[in-house]
Design a protein. Structure first.
Length: 362
């Protein structure tokens, strides 16, 4: 059966999350920045939306320089809210994972997936699945994502980058060569500016040029291993499987409240379905936890948490419902603004099958 591999990439993720949290900034240049704290403008831009990119602002640019490029423009310069982005990412990856055969998260805002089995190798069916994933992400979190489908990870990744934002690019096995051939060699997955320049010096300008190159011409410059990869990638050939990663250190669920509130009991009542869902997820994976946190995103978009760590691991989230409510009460008692979103997170994870109860020693 022909493989169907996908890559989902959340468009300008941090900045887009901020746009959803604060709709008034949408359509303006938005910069999410990491401030060093040395001076008011010291630090770098982490993510810029497309309006900012059109002004020449990009990731890694010093904040002071970025602000100069914003001169005369009503831009938004926002400090990074890492915990907020992680919570949204967790939600989206859970959503995508439930619609594909295998999910391999490779970053907070991107993942590979395999839908060969569920699509039966049919790229028309796969397109429908990808469109459904995009629609579900938009409905759940208000975010757009770009998805690429292809016969390998390399092709899928390049396809997701081909049309952005909010793109869906399907590269069938038969159209792979036509898709890759005219692209500049720097667009090849894994090729950076230095490698691209070296290839240009060898008169290799497009991926098609590279695909028809002789490995003996590449080896003196790149070595055998890299040369072999370049030729394989240029042909869209890659047998690397999509593999679910097991190093997850926490699980979370976060919801938007029907109306803003400081009432912990009201927030807890709306959170209950999410608690039940997370409970079932932990049970299905055979995972227990030691640390429990409640998350609150306030009306000013700031994030607050309350955390409790237990002496022994718990297998059931439901038996900790009273602690969840207590943490929510502590959280609402410590804030002067209302909650807009509320969530729960568990960490300190372990495999329940490998645990040994202390009672076995008595």
């Amino acid at each position: 059966m022909v493989r169907v591999i996908g890559h989902v990439d959340l468009d300008y993720f941090y900045a887009q999350v901020e746009e959803v949290q604060s709709p008034s900034i949408k359509g303006r240049p938005v910069l999410v920045c990491v401030f060093s704290g040395r001076t008011e403008d010291s630090g770098v831009v982490s993510t810029a939306n497309y309006e900012a990119r059109r002004l020449g602002i990009g990731s890694g640019m010093p904040i002071a320089l970025a602000k100069k490029k914003l001169k005369g423009v009503a831009g938004a310069v926002i400090p990074m809210h890492r915990e907020r982005y992680e919570a949204v990412s967790e939600e989206i990856m859970r959503l995508v994972g439930g619609r594909v055969d295998v999910l391999e998260q490779t970053g907070i805002d991107e993942a590979f997936f395999d839908i060969t089995k569920s699509s039966n190798g049919d790229y028309s069916a796969a397109r429908n699945t990808a469109a459904g994933i995009k629609a579900a992400i938009l409905k759940s979190q208000g975010l757009t994502a770009s998805i690429g489908l292809g016969r390998s990870k390399i092709v899928a990744k390049m396809a997701s980058d081909f049309v952005k934002p909010d793109g869906l690019t399907v590269v069938t096995p038969d159209s792979t060569t036509d898709f890759l051939t005219p692209l500049p060699v720097i667009r090849l997955y894994g090729v950076g500016p230095k490698t691209s320049q070296a290839l240009e010096e060898l008169k290799i300008h497009t991926i098609g040029d590279l695909a028809t190159s002789d490995i003996t011409d590449l080896e003196p410059r790149f070595g055998r291993k890299v040369s072999a990869y370049l030729l394989q990638a240029a042909k869209g050939e890659d047998e690397d499987p999509v593999t679910e990663r097991q190093e997850t250190t926490q699980f979370s669920r976060i919801i938007t409240l029907k109306q803003n509130t400081k009432d912990a009991n009201a927030a807890f009542k709306e959170l209950l379905p999410a608690i039940e869902e997370l409970h079932q997820r932990l049970l299905s994976k055979g995972i227990s936890f030691r640390t429990l946190s409640t998350i609150g995103i306030l009306t000013d978009l700031s994030t607050r948490t309350k955390t409790k760590t237990f002496e022994s691991s718990a297998e059931s989230l439901l038996v900790r419902k009273n602690e969840i409510l207590t943490l929510l009460q502590e959280l609402t008692g410590a804030i002067d603004k209302e909650l807009r979103r509320v969530g729960i997170r568990v960490s300190g994870l372990s495999d329940t099958e490998s645990q040994t109860s202390l009672t076995q020693f008595y």
